[in-house]
Design a protein around this ligand. Structure first.
Ligand SMILES: C[S@@+](CC[C@H](N)C(=O)[O-])C[C@H]1O[C@@H](n2cnc3c(N)ncnc32)[C@H](O)[C@@H]1O
Length: 480
């Protein structure tokens, strides 16, 4: 999951600059040496942090207050990375991970940490990010305790598993971190159980019908990825085969067999993504059987979801997230609301009854089609969505005379584009809420946004239990 491995450690190391460097670690210890460490805290990706000869050392899998030995694997000028060898003194917060592959693939970084401690960590991650970027007044921001789940497992409504042949058998799962080595996942504690049942049946059928599986090295074979998404409120399931060619041998057999066992699958799709590419999805998505979308419900609204559309991955926490956004925004009936980075319009549409007009935008055309369709489906007449980049569409609307009174931004992990930040700083919407899935880019953006806004509080919400990922809602007040 972490493609930015070295820059990530570099960033964390920057938090610890200023310490006098006596002897450089390169001079004093070789790679492969085993060192003792006392773990002080967790870093932003959930790794244990200790110090050896005044140099920060990251140890994946180690927990705060643990005394460990670790084998040095990488030495950089001002930080090092070591592999956990022995735990001499165990944290009382250490628990047995449910998934045997938890330390191999990304997305299970905290499965060895008790859930209450995970929630504390997520509040702390926000604090760490603020300390790095130091937005105005950051020391006084109110950081509210993280809102967690009662059952922090089986929450994911979508699996996107790579498919390969391993030891002569079809396997579907995730890559080992920083590699393309696949780990087969016959079970997965965070996935909705129906998703795993569908996934494993698909694997069995691909094997039984000897459907050619993609071979990355030679660029040959056909099935690359399987995507299964469930709408938990309706139990409708969508299955997408992502393939290396427009052909999908035995597609009729596969669908017939799946239909026998899973009436829940109402949408069978194929997406074509030819050749070697770092992108999982190609541009062409076609219907194989059933309908092109599944339907989910959030509170009293119904949403159509196409295969490519972004939709929150934890439906149980989504309602809480949107509730926090609604509370923080404090809309007035005369407000023009902008739902920036809208996906299928879930946030804006759930707020439309409290606003005069809702406008939203997203770069994925299918999401926007869904968003406008979703407005109709729910009888909402004061909302419209447009395809495009937030940083281009909002200035365009404003040039046309539209003034946003209220703004919700919910950007991807990269945070807000600089042009959008400037647009916000000049248009100064009275009400403004930032929903962030990456505390680092949030803190970076706050450094600019706090020129015009005061941060009232930051509410962290755990959308991804067992991972180091953290979601947060920021409530602002405009400066006068
Ligand atoms: C974190 S999701 C939020 C979606 C939605 N608000 C929700 O709650 O389901 C971010 C969305 O931003 C879209 N996106 C990415 N870059 C964008 C940009 N520059 N302008 C507008 N939308 C963008 C993505 O397609 C994705 O749907």
């Amino acid at each position: 999951m972490n493609n930015n491995h070295n820059s990530h450690y570099q960033n964390q190391r920057n938090l610890h600059q200023g310490r006098p460097q006596r002897e450089t670690v390169q001079e004093s210890i070789p790679i492969g040496q085993r060192i003792p460490l006392t773990i002080k805290r967790l870093g932003i990706n959930g790794e244990g942090i200790g110090y050896f000869k005044h140099t920060i050392c990251f140890v994946k899998g180690a927990l705060p207050d643990e005394v460990v030995t670790a084998t040095v694997t990488e030495i950089h000028p001002r930080y090092m990375i070591a592999k956990l060898h022995t735990i001499r003194q165990k944290s009382p917060n250490r628990v047995e991970p449910r998934d045997p592959f938890a330390d191999e693939v990304g997305g299970f970084e905290l499965e060895h940490l008790s859930y209450p401690a995970q929630l504390e960590f997520k509040q702390d991650v926000v604090r760490q990010a603020l300390e790095k970027y130091r937005p105005s007044g950051y020391k006084y921001y109110k950081l509210l305790p993280t809102i967690g789940m009662d059952n922090p497992y089986e929450y994911r409504n979508k699996a996107q598993f790579q498919v390969r042949v391993l030891d002569g058998k079809v396997a579907a799962g995730l890559y080992k971190e920083n590699s393309h080595d696949l780990v087969d996942l016959p079970t997965c504690s965070v996935q909705h159980p129906l998703i795993m049942k569908v996934m494993r049946r698909v694997v069995e059928l691909l094997e039984a019908y000897q459907v050619p599986i993609y071979d990355e090295e030679h660029g040959s074979g056909i099935v690359k990825t399987i995507v299964v998404r469930v709408a938990v409120a309706t139990n409708e399931v969508q299955l997408v085969f992502i393939t290396n060619s427009t052909k999908l041998p035995h597609k009729r057999d596969l669908i017939t067999e799946l239909q026998k066992r899973f009436p829940e699958i109402v949408s069978y799709m194929q997406n074509v993504n030819k050749g070697k590419t770092s992108l999982v999805w190609g541009d062409d998505t076609t219907l194989l059987a059933g309908k092109t979308f599944i339907q989910d419900k959030l509170e009293d609204l119904t949403f159509n979801l196409s295969a490519r559309a972004f939709y929150q991955l934890n439906p149980y926490q989504t309602a809480k997230l949107y509730d926090e956004a609604r509370k923080a925004l404090e809309l007035s009936p005369n407000d023009n609301l902008v739902d920036a980075y809208s996906g299928v319009g879930t946030i804006g549409l759930s707020l439309a009854a409290q606003a005069k007009e809702v406008r939203g935008m997203d770069i994925i055309p299918e999401s926007i089609e869904d968003a406008n369709e979703n407005a109709k489906l729910n009888g909402i007449t004061n909302a419209k969505y447009q395809v495009g980049k937030a940083e281009e569409v909002l200035p365009q609307w404003m040039a046309e005379g539209f003034h946003p009174d209220a703004l919700v931004v919910d950007p991807p992990r990269t945070g807000l584009d600089d042009v959008l930040i400037q647009t916000i700083l000049t248009s100064k919407p009275e009400r403004f809420v930032y929903i962030s899935c990456n505390p680092s880019t949030l803190a970076r953006d706050l450094a600019q946004l706090t020129k015009t806004y005061i941060v009232d509080y930051i509410q962290s919400i755990d959308m991804f239990p067992q991972t180091a990922r953290c979601e947060a809602v920021v409530k602002f007040t405009r400066r006068h």
